[in-house]
Design a protein around this ligand. Structure first.
Ligand SMILES: [Zn+2]
Length: 99
């Protein structure tokens, strides 16, 4: 079997599991949260920050579950601050309002 670049490029749909509800969705429909190699927790609206990523639906319920059950912290192996949680909540509701 020959692997060529065209084949790699065609794989546009990448699915990820939501840290909140556990549903599998296209990662473009989800918010990515990253732990950078420096150990910083950031949200990544463009999907370009390197590091360990976790995905959450743009849904306040998923955000709540991800934080309440500490799932996000476990996935990223890093504590998540309340202020970061608040950022995520406001991003999630902003984006939802635009749709
Ligand atoms: Zn979800």
């Amino acid at each position: 079997m020959t692997k060529n670049k065209a084949k790699v490029r065609r794989a546009r749909t990448v699915n990820r599991t939501c840290t909140g509800c556990g549903k599998v969705r296209n990662k473009r429909e989800m918010l990515r949260i990253v732990k950078t190699p420096d150990g910083e927790i950031m949200y990544d609206l463009k999907g370009k920050i390197p590091g360990r990523g976790a995905y959450i639906c743009y849904d306040i319920n998923c955000v709540e579950i991800a934080f309440k059950k500490n799932r996000l912290a476990k996935t990223l192996k890093h504590d998540i601050s309340d202020s970061f949680k608040n950022d995520i909540i406001s991003i999630t509701s902003d984006i939802k309002n635009k749709n």
